[in-house]
Design a protein around this ligand. Sequence first.
Ligand code: NAP
Length: 491
Amino acid sequence: MICVPLAEPTSKQARRSMIEAAARADIVELRLDQFDELPDSKALAGILADRPCPVIVTNRPKSQGGRNDWDDDVRLKTLDAAIELGADYVDVELELAGKIGHRRRTRLVVSYHNFASTPLDLKKKYAELVDTGADVVKLATMANSIIDNLRMFDVLREAAVPCIGLCMGELGLISRVLGRKFGTMLTYAPMDRAKETAPGQVLLDDMIGLYNYRSITSDTAVYGVIGNPVAHSVSPHVHNAAFRALGINAVYVPFKVEGDVRNFIEASRGIPVKGYSITVPHKQDAMAALDEVDSLCRKIGAVNTVVNHKGRLVGSNTDWTAAIEAIETALIGETLAGRRVALIGAGGTARAIAFGLRAKGALTCIFNRTPERARDLAADAECKWRPLDEIESAEADIIINSTSVGMHPNVDETPVPASVFRRKMIVFDAVYNPAETRFLREAKEAGCLTVCGMDMFVNQAAQQFKTWTEMNPPRELMEAIVREQLVSLED
Ligand code: NAP
């Protein structure tokens, strides 16, 4: 179930929001502590009468995330009144569970909140909650590491009593989405950010539209992107839309991994995750946690795609194939063999592209701001190198920017002067935000054939999708979603 928490200051507004929420949610949580003044029995009766969906009535103290700090007796009195009025659920903190009077037909939710951490003895907390005789138990704890979510999933998996289990904060996002797979009774999703009642809640629109929450079952396959930061990643939009379009029972989530990525990959084998995209800063370190990586991936020294083959995690690198595919499209049937390429940059992307160019027989020269890095990469990828300030001497058929220069918000920057461009050169920019960088604009003005980083982005997403599902990716849809998301990121 999806539960919309109602953080409203008056009965009238609570009633209005309840009607709005009921159109898309299954249940609402009436947060009495959010009211300016505590509603009396009459006002409460007005809110609960003819309610359009089931209601959980809650009145939290400040220490447990509430807005007002009415004393315990006052809070208990309103919860007892809600029971008298036939509320569907009443939610009370563990400490007060024994003080709730006769429950009548109302089901009692007994909650444990921890805004500092997810304790190691989570299962003990669950048992304590069950011992109160609750109809539903709720554990909401702060995630300080993404691994905390995995312990919450263990509790949900083993729960014999209906359980709401979630981790709060940015690192707890996956518990709010994937909890359903492991049996949580509900997830909380506010209608807008201003109405958030706990840190890290996923908005109702995203829960339904982005994560396809209603389709998640215990059989749903889990995919995701490991990175830091990942909050603004376009990939969940692209892959979830593709899963939905092809009717695949799968969900793709952002895994924000701080610290050692190997620990997370090892711990999450139990979910299990069927496929990962891996992004900055984990592309190198993730390799050590995998059971197998292909040979080019090993040479590049970075992995961006992982597929789970019957429990074995197999890594590959679609950055180079995606970039090469984008450039080859511009070659219209011809090959890269023997083409002179000036590759600007010597970071992770340059490394993948340099090995790809070598595999295709191109004649590459690497130009980089820090000459030593160009020299080192050139030695590994067996090609030439020069300092970036010698770029104007480059004799190239193809120029590639694999630096981050020109990326949003620094859209007025470009890594090279426009004078390097010659008519009919092929010019490719790995930067995909914005779709047309200054580098590409100046190349186009000089009569070059340009290829944008978005093509590479869509290629790598499509290749990952194919690797995971063995189905043809809905490319046009993926491209449309990337475009739409990049526009919204720039706003
Ligand atoms: P990285 O490893 O941090 O490397 C950054 C590179 O940019 C280095 O060569 C660095 O030179 C150079 N650089 C940074 N600032 C510079 C400046 N002001 N002037 C000259 N050179 C500068 O980054 P990365 O992971 O390779 O990513 C590079 C870009 O590729 C990013 O914009 C990323 O979004 C994009 N990318 C796109 C796709 C796609 O699908 N289209 C996929 C992956 C990456 P030094 O060595 O001198 O520091």
